[in-house]
Write a protein that binds this ligand. Structure first.
Ligand SMILES: Cc1cc2nc3c(=O)[nH]c(=O)nc-3n(C[C@H](O)[C@H](O)[C@H](O)COP(=O)(O)O)c2cc1C
Length: 148
């Protein structure tokens, strides 16, 4: 379900905006930058200080996550179901994935939130409709970012 391009986008731009559902039905969008790709249909982030998102997911596991490649102006929207695993009891696979990518942060992570993806959509900026190529957008946006 996650193509190679999608997995690369997550690895290169690991800050995903996680949408969960509050008790009153309103949406909550919260940034998480400790994402890892587990396989072709699951990803995970580490809980460092996300009490609201964690409380929502315990009760309602439905989430969406949006990642953005701000250079190439491409986004990835994932829909899925989240499951919380306390670090002390987590699967060896989850622990290994975080050790490989986020070892400096591991001591601050209390739990892993695994998201099993049911739908994945790559979204391109309208800039592509206007005729810009990837190379155009890379040049223009890196110039803008470097000027910050
Ligand atoms: C760029 C960025 C990345 C973040 N990454 C994480 C993360 O990976 N894990 C985490 O628990 N909190 C992370 N945070 C902090 C939470 O988003 C923040 O504590 C937030 O207020 C939690 O809100 P929530 O409880 O509604 O999720 C990050 C914040 C920012 C700005």
């Amino acid at each position: 379900m996650l193509s190679d391009e999608m997995k690369k986008l997550i690895r290169d731009h690991s800050a995903g905006m996680v949408a969960s559902i509050n008790d009153d039905g309103t949406p909550s969008v919260s940034p998480k930058a400790t994402f890892v790709v587990l396989d072709n249909a699951s990803i995970a982030f580490g809980n460092i200080r996300s009490p609201g998102t964690i409380a929502n997911i315990w009760k309602r596991p439905a989430v969406e996550v949006c990642f953005i490649n701000v250079v190439l102006r491409k986004a990835l929207r994932l829909t899925g179901s989240a499951e919380i695993q306390m670090k002390a009891e987590a699967d060896a696979r989850l622990l290994a994935a975080f050790e490989a990518t986020w070892s400096p942060y591991l001591k601050c992570i209390s739990a892993f939130v695994q998201i099993d993806v049911s739908n994945a959509e790559l979204i391109l900026s309208p800039a592509y409709d206007f005729g810009f190529s990837e190379e155009d957008l890379r040049r223009i946006n890196l110039e803008k970012l470097n000027a910050l």
